[in-house]
Design a protein around this ligand. Structure first.
Ligand SMILES: [Zn+2]
Length: 413
C-alpha cells in the first residue's frame, strides 16, 4: 500500500501539471485559431472579389499585412510557450517512471522456491487448486481442459455441486430469485442448523422487487407478505415490520418515504454473497477458493520476504530460508479471516511445533515440545546416572511436579 501511495503522489503531480498546461494553453491556441480563421475567410473573400471584378492579381492591403504579421507572431509565441510547458512536464513524468521502477519492479527470483512445487504429487495439487477455483467461477469447461492437459484425474461428481451453485448465481445476477429459493427450500434443514438468513433474504428481495415493479398491486404484495410468517427471529421480525411499513406509502411513493433506504439497498449483491457462503459451507468448503486465499496471503507475504532478503544481503547473512524448511523465517501478519488454526511455540526451544516435534502435555498441565521433553529426559538421565530413560522421572521446567516422560500426552491443535 505504501508503494501504491508513493506512486499516487507522483501521479497526482503529473496530472496537476497536465491540467495546468491544458488550462493555460488551450485559450491561447483557440485565440490564435480564431484570428487565423478570420484572416483566412477575409483573404478568401478578397480573392473572390478580385476574380469577379477581373482586377488581375490580388494584393493585400497594408492593414491585412499588419494583422497577418501580428497573427503569425502570436502563433509563434503560443507555440513556443506550449513547447516550453511540455518540456517542463518531462521531469515529473520521468520521476513517476523511476518511482514505479523502484517500488514495483522487483526481482522475485530471490524469494522463489520452484523446487517446493516440484514432483507429481505437488503438481497435481496445484492443478486441483486451480480447477477448484475455476469451478467456483463457473468455468467448468476450462477446468476440464486443464485436467486433460495436465493428465489429472478428477471425479465428475466433484464439479456437480459447483455447476448448480453457478447456475443459481447466474440467475441471481439476472435478478431471478426462484432457483435460489428452490435451493434454499431443498436445504432448509441444513440452513437452519447454520442459522442462515438466506431464505428470508430471498423472500425479502422478491417482496421488494414486487414493490418496485408494481406498487399499485397491493393484493399481490399482501399475498406475498404471508411468506414472512415462517420467519420469527427477533431480527427478522423487526425487518418484517419495516417491510410492512412500506405498504403505507405505496400511493405516496416509497422513494420519498422514510423507507426509501430499503429499496435503495444493493440487496442482490448481499444475497449472492450469502448464497455463496452457505452453498460452500454445505459442501464443506471455505467461501474463498484456496487459490484466492494463497494469492491474498502471498500479496501480504512477498513484500515482507523481499525486505527480509534485502536485509540479509546487506548484513551478509547466509541462507536462512530454503524450500526444505516448512515454515517461513518471519511471521507474516495476515488478516484474522485467514488465520485457520492455533500454533504452538515451545517455550523451551522457542520453535514452532511441527508434525515431527509436536506439543506434549505434561501431567501437571504445562506443555512443551516433544524434542524439549526428550532433551530434558536425557539431561535428567545424565544427572541421576540412571540407565533407563523410561524409569527416570523428569521435572517440569515450570513447576515442581515430576513424571515419567512416556506419560506425557501429545496435543493436537
Ligand atoms: Zn508443570
Amino acid at each position: 500500500m505504501d508503494a501504491c501511495s508513493g506512486v499516487d503522489i507522483e501521479l497526482d503531480k503529473v496530472q496537476a501539471k497536465f491540467t495546468a498546461i491544458r488550462q493555460s494553453s488551450i485559450p491561447g491556441i483557440d485565440e490564435v485559431l480564431q484570428v487565423l480563421e478570420a484572416m483566412k475567410s477575409d483573404l478568401q473573400r478578397n480573392a473572390a472579389l478580385v476574380e469577379s471584378e477581373e482586377m488581375g492579381t490580388a494584393t493585400l492591403s497594408s492593414e491585412q499585412k499588419l494583422s497577418l504579421k501580428l497573427a503569425a507572431t502570436k502563433a509563434k509565441d503560443t507555440a513556443s510557450k506550449v513547447s516550453q510547458q511540455h518540456r517542463d512536464v518531462h521531469p515529473a513524468i520521468s520521476r513517476l517512471g523511476k518511482v514505479i521502477d523502484r517500488v514495483f519492479t522487483q526481482d522475485f527470483n530471490v524469494i522463489n522456491c520452484p523446487e517446493s512445487l516440484e514432483g507429481p504429487d505437488k503438481t497435481s495439487k496445484v492443478v486441483e487448486a486451480i480447477m477448484e477455483h475455476l469451478y467456483r467461477q463457473g468455468l467448468l469447461e476450462v477446468a476440464h481442459r486443464l485436467a486433460e492437459e495436465a493428465h489429472v484425474q478428477v471425479k465428475a461428481e466433484k464439479s456437480l455441486p459447483f455447476l448448480e451453485m453457478n447456475s443459481v448465481l447466474q440467475s441471481l445476477a439476472d435478478k431471478n430469485v426462484q432457483p435460489a429459493l428452490q435451493w434454499a427450500e431443498k436445504h432448509r434443514k441444513q440452513l437452519e442448523e447454520r442459522h442462515s438468513h438466506l431464505e428470508y433474504k430471498l423472500h425479502k428481495l422478491q417482496f421488494l422487487e414486487l414493490l418496485k415493479q408494481c406498487p399499485e398491486n397491493t393484493r399481490a404484495l399482501l399475498e406475498y407478505s404471508r411468506k414472512f410468517q415462517n420467519f420469527r427471529s427477533t431480527e427478522q421480525i423487526k425487518d418484517i415490520q419495516k417491510l410492512m411499513g412500506c405498504l403505507l406509502f405505496l400511493n405516496y411513493g416509497i422513494d420519498r418515504s422514510p423507507y426509501r433506504d430499503l429499496v435503495n439497498q444493493d440487496l442482490w449483491m448481499d444475497v449472492g454473497e450469502t448464497f455463496t457462503k452457505d452453498a460452500c459451507a454445505l459442501m464443506g468448503l471455505s467461501m474463498e477458493s484456496p487459490l484466492t486465499v494463497c494469492l491474498k496471503i502471498g500479496c501480504k507475504a512477498i513484500p515482507v520476504l523481499l525486505n527480509l532478503k534485502t536485509m540479509m544481503v546487506q548484513q551478509h547473512v547466509g541462507e536462512i530460508w530454503t524450500s526444505s524448511k516448512t515454515e517461513l523465517p518471519i511471521e507474516i501478519d495476515v488478516s484474522p479471516e485467514h488465520l485457520y488454526h492455533s500454533r504452538f511455540t515451545c517455550p523451551i526451544l522457542r520453535q514452532q511445533s511441527t508434525e515431527k516435534n509436536p506439543p506434549m502435555r505434561l501431567n501437571c498441565g504445562h506443555v512443551i515440545s516433544k524434542e524439549a521433553l526428550a532433551r530434558l529426559a536425557i539431561s535428567t538421565k545424565y544427572k541421576s546416572q540412571l540407565r533407563s530413560l523410561e524409569s527416570s522421572k523428569v521435572k517440569c521446567p515450570y513447576c515442581p511436579s515430576e513424571q515419567i516422560p512416556s506419560d506425557a500426552k501429545r496435543l493436537f491443535l
